[in-house]
Write a protein that binds this ligand. Structure first.
Ligand code: APR
Length: 312
């Protein structure tokens, strides 16, 4: 297996570090446009190999896509996080330009790769990658729902006073503070509905903490998070390269599922060696479906900016 990570910043380097430690590939390429940056991060990760006991070869390159050739999976983290005072359109414009260019290079050197999108706004960047590459829809997957669900698990476990590994929370919809939908009806502690163990107020607080999970960290750190996004990206790649068939909420192209078309948005899917192998219908109730439709409207309007800016 060969894996490439585009963008060696906070998220990309963390994701590469986790994947190297898990030995998900024999060769892992880290690429960045900043001269020497990916080379430095790659060397630093490689120098933990004897300490942590892994054999993945990590290579850093400055914008040299020939070194990424023949990758099985490519993770896209290149782009900028939103800065104070920046409009949504400006963020889309900047990151869309970067992601479109990156996608063309990936396709040129690794035409068979599965692409995992992490760059924000993630739903729109996934849609752009799918359209710009023309790849089949199983091969372009956005990571956001895995991260949002991990945050849901964290707040559920804190409220319940049980280990995070014992709770199961699913977040669908867009990957944004107001577009994500933590599904309380499906949240469980080892099969026991969380709603039977927590009061409505407690459960509402879990949901609101989850929805501002990213923003809370941005406020504390002055920039967006990286440990959980990096680990979430690595979990997605692991299910692909080990053909684990894990069910994760991921941003994928819908063609009538959940009543939506021509959009990439978070729904539960089976992830295996072919990428997104199946979309699972959770049989949403009418309130959940209404929230999903509203979320899809918001994501669609973000996608519309790509056309306004002549990027698609
Ligand atoms: N090609 C390759 N790398 C690029 C390009 C490009 N065209 N443009 C920018 N980069 C690199 C930058 O040089 C930087 O090293 O992408 C990296 C981004 O890293 P950070 O600034 O540390 O941002 P990070 O926190 O990692 O977030 C990256 O993931 O979670 C999302 O919202 C986040 O969109 C953002 C992305």
């Amino acid at each position: 297996m060969k894996i490439t990570v585009i963008g060696a910043g906070n998220v990309g380097a963390t994701c590469a570090n986790v994947m190297a430690q898990k030995e998900l590939a024999s060769e892992l390429v880290l690429l960045d446009i900043k001269e020497g940056f990916a080379e430095g991060k790659a060397l630093d990760i490689m120098q933990t190999a004897s300490l942590l006991g892994f054999n993945t070869r990590v290579i850093g390159v400055t914008n040299d896509y020939s070194k990424t050739a023949g990758s099985d999976v490519v993770v896209v983290t290149s782009g900028i996080p939103r800065k104070p005072g920046m409009t949504r359109e400006e963020l889309i414009g900047t990151n869309a330009g970067i992601v479109k260019d990156v996608a063309a290079n990936i396709l040129k050197f690794s035409p068979n790769a599965i692409i995992v999108v992490i760059s924000n706004p993630m739903d729109t960047m996934t849609y752009l990658t799918l359209k710009a590459t023309g790849l089949p829809k199983n091969k372009v997957i956005g990571m956001g729902g895995i991260l949002d669900s991990a945050r849901f698990d964290t707040y559920l476990s804190l409220a319940l006073g049980v280990p995070s590994s014992e709770v199961q929370g699913t977040v669908i919809g867009g990957h944004g503070d107001t577009t994500m939908i933590p599904l309380t009806r499906f949240a469980t502690y080892n099969g026991i509905p969380a709603s039977t163990l927590l009061s409505a107020d407690e459960l509402n607080k879990v949901v609101s903490d989850t929805m501002v999970g990213g923003a809370t960290l941005t406020k504390l750190l002055g920039t967006s998070a990286w440990y959980a996004p990096g680990a979430a990206g690595a979990a997605l790649v692991e299910s692909i390269v080990r053909d684990e068939k894990k069910v994760f909420p991921c941003c994928v192209s819908l063609d009538g599922e959940y009543g939506q078309k021509d959009i990439c948005i978070g729904v539960p899917v089976v992830i295996g060696k072919n990428g997104c192998e199946k979309i699972i219908d959770m049989k949403l109730n009418s309130d959940e479906q209404a929230a999903f439709n509203k979320s899809a409207d918001a994501v669609r309007s973000m996608n519309g900016v790509l056309k306004e800016l002549n990027i698609l």
